[in-house]
Design a protein around this ligand. Structure first.
Ligand SMILES: [Fe+2]
Length: 400
């Protein structure tokens, strides 16, 4: 393994602090633990012990505020038109985040010349018919479509929901440390397609032409063929589309300390991290905290998508989308943590499934995303509980 340098030796403590941050918060009485970090959760950091909850602002104005969206209300053109496409929600020069709700076979073949595409399947079954062979899909799948691969999506039924993360830089797997080659998933679990041409005859216009719609610099160019351009009978090499399902990802857990989301990363470029928060046992040691502290992740914006599950038993809305820009604090209100803690029993597990995307450059929401903003922001967390649907289940602090 690489020899890793000491991360930092400049640590100071002043005033009232916990010697072990993130554990036994009751030892600082009514003070609230607040984490300020650089480079995600891997760089220099500080913990502050505050008298007041840093999320309890009376009012926040400006473009750097949290954004919660009900993803069920998004209507990409591919929801109603076979020749339509996905809807872009957020973007920066490194990454764009899209939603597709394709309801019928594509009448064109797609090829992205701007970047790699990571499809996360929230709903639906079917197949990506690619020039490397078909990749069947089901909920929980990540389908990685490298830049330049030609493909068509063939849903089995009309109800499909894809989250698409498009990265300018080549997307690879995240390095989450010296865990061995088989954790958090065995590379043998990747599904790699084999050519299987079926000549179904889809991917055509009404005129009988087969267009390949190429995306370049955000614009589309179509090349028209008299034959199906997906026609390879063989392929070789180390560049290919593939998929893996979240059930194949075995979360890294700790009994004694709450691990930050970077421990649950799966894909990354040098400026984008994609991860998943998946079912796992809750921290059970007597002094362990099950919740992250208030924090400001100052070198990343945090995007979150709710796939399924509950917030420790409380209902959450699937396909909820949130953006937590750097700057403002986020974290569960203490009153909510206390309410949730009452329901936690030894041996309990979290059953939520969230997909997150952290971006080094700030994300800009599109007008289409802003149009579906939830006016009623229940919690300032930038995480699933922001989408708790049953807000009568516990007392919501009056921040307004
Ligand atoms: Fe966060």
């Amino acid at each position: 393994m690489d020899i890793r340098p000491m991360r930092s030796w400049i640590h100071h403590s002043r005033g009232t602090v916990l010697r072990q941050a993130g554990v036994a918060r009751h030892e600082v009485g009514d003070l609230h633990e607040d984490m300020l970090t650089r480079h995600g959760f891997e760089g220099r950091d500080a913990h502050l012990y505050r008298r007041n909850e840093p999320t309890a602002w009376k009012r926040a104005e400006g473009s750097g505020n949290h954004l919660d969206i009900d993803g069920r209300l998004l209507e990409p053109s591919d929801l109603t038109h076979a020749n339509g496409g996905p809807l872009r929600l957020f973007h920066n020069p490194d990454v764009s985040i899209w939603v597709s709700r394709r309801s019928a076979n594509m009448t064109y073949s797609a090829r992205n010349a701007d970047g790699d595409e990571l499809y996360f399947v929230h709903e639906g079954t079917g197949a990506f018919y690619t020039e490397f062979g078909p990749i069947p899909y089901e909920p929980g799948d990540y389908v990685v479509m490298p830049k330049g691969v030609t493909y068509r999506i063939r849903p089995t039924g009309p109800v499909n929901y894809f989250l698409i993360v498009e990265t300018t830089e080549e997307l690879g797997f995240a390095d989450i440390g010296p865990l061995g080659r088989r954790a958090p998933f065995d590379p043998a679990l990747l599904y790699v397609p084999s050519p299987a041409l079926d000549e179904l005859g889809d991917g055509r216009t009404e005129d009988g032409e087969w267009p390949v719609r190429i995306k370049l610099q955000g614009e589309y160019t179509s090349a028209f063929y008299d034959f199906d351009p997906i026609d390879a009978e063989g392929w070789k090499g180390d560049l290919f589309p593939f998929k893996i399902n979240i059930r194949d990802f075995r979360p890294i857990t700790s009994d004694r300390i709450h691990l930050m989301p970077s421990a649950h990363s799966i894909f990354a470029t040098s400026t984008v991290v994609v991860g998943n928060l998946l079912p796992r046992p809750l921290e059970a040691a007597p002094d362990a905290e099950q919740f992250p502290p208030y924090h400001r992740n100052m070198d990343y914006d945090e995007f979150m998508f709710t796939h399924s599950g509950t917030a420790l038993g409380l209902p959450i809305a699937p396909a909820s989308v949130s953006l937590t820009p750097r700057g403002l604090h986020h974290g569960l209100p203490t009153s909510v943590e206390e309410e949730l803690r009452k329901n936690i029993k030894p041996g309990d597990r979290a059953d939520f499934e969230f997909i997150f995307v952290d971006t080094a450059q700030s994300l800009t929401p599109t007008p289409e995303a802003q149009a579906k903003k939830r006016e009623e922001q229940i919690f300032r967390v930038g995480l699933g509980p922001a989408t708790i649907t049953d807000n009568d289940a516990f007392e919501v602090p009056d921040n307004d």
